[in-house]
Design a protein around this ligand. Structure first.
Ligand code: PGA
Length: 259
């Protein structure tokens, strides 16, 4: 079980799925099943077009609302973009930054991830900053250098005072949507490496406050083994978050480990 005061966080990344009616329905089911428990932090991240509808469904519950991306400027001539301020207006509290799909398909680099992370923190959002290696990088012995570069890049200029707000998601790219999961031991070894890097970057006290989520084919069958690792403080869940029962089973595993 995670030690210290880090409350486990189970975050659902709905990606580009569900219209606002479908998203509201899924949100209702999740609220009904795990909306009142307090042991574990839960958040769901629908598309931008469903945020307002889902916001109304989760408002009286303990389910937090997250977005999947944002721009780092507050407003202006950035056609097609959404700012932190606009998200806050819809009671969004989390935002996924630098997901591997954004890095891969939309050319987001460490510098952009850094600008977005800083803007999110300044707007009092909790950024879920995604890092992770490809299979090629892992096989060629670059795992640690890739994680190091991505983490240091994302956190350039971030103050240790923001550690409570900061969430890192370790998502090995080869495990996303593939059904292949890192073993709990392999994941834990990367998570503890990330904790050490955080300590070098932010100091040990701040590093112990940052939640490090695992993402990549987490599902009810493997959640408990992953979440019971010392440095795994929750999960970022894609495919399994689109089914209320699968998602809430993962939340239940986290509750079990937290009580
Ligand atoms: P997955 O996606 O659970 O479908 O592997 C995780 C993610 O991309 O955040």
């Amino acid at each position: 079980m995670s030690t210290l005061a880090r409350k486990l966080l189970i975050a659902g990344n709905w990606k580009m799925n569900l219209n606002s009616a479908e998203a509201s329905e899924l949100a209702d089911s999740i609220v009904n099943q795990v909306g009142t428990q307090m042991e574990v932090a839960v958040c769901i991240c629908p598309t931008f077009t469903s945020l307002e509808a889902v916001s109304k469904r989760v408002v009286d519950s303990n389910i937090g609302l997250g977005a999947q991306n944002m721009h780092f400027e507050n407003s202006g001539a950035f056609t097609g973009e959404i700012s932190a301020e606009m998200l806050r207006h819809l009671f969004v509290s989390y935002v996924i930054i630098g997901h591997s799909e954004r890095r891969d398909y939309f050319n987001e680099d460490d510098n952009l991830v850094n600008q977005k992370t800083i803007a999110a923190l300044e707007a009092s959002l909790k950024p879920i900053v995604c890092i992770g290696e490809t299979l090629n990088e892992r096989d060629s012995g670059q795992l640690e250098s890739v994680i190091h570069r991505q983490l240091e890049g994302a956190l350039l200029g971030v103050s240790p005072n923001h550690a409570d707000q900061l969430v890192i998601a370790y998502e090995p790219v080869w495990a996303i949507g593939t059904g292949k999961t890192a073993t709990p031991e392999d994941a834990e070894s990367v998570h503890s490496f990330i904790r050490k890097l955080l300590s070098d970057i932010l100091g040990i006290e701040a590093a112990n406050k940052v939640r490090i989520l695992y993402g990549g084919s987490m599902k009810p069958e493997n959640a408990e083994a992953l979440l019971s690792q010392k440095n795994i403080d929750g999960g970022l869940i894609g495919g399994a978050s689109l089914k209320a029962h699968a998602f809430t089973s993962i939340v239940d595993s986290a509750i079990k480990l937290s009580s």
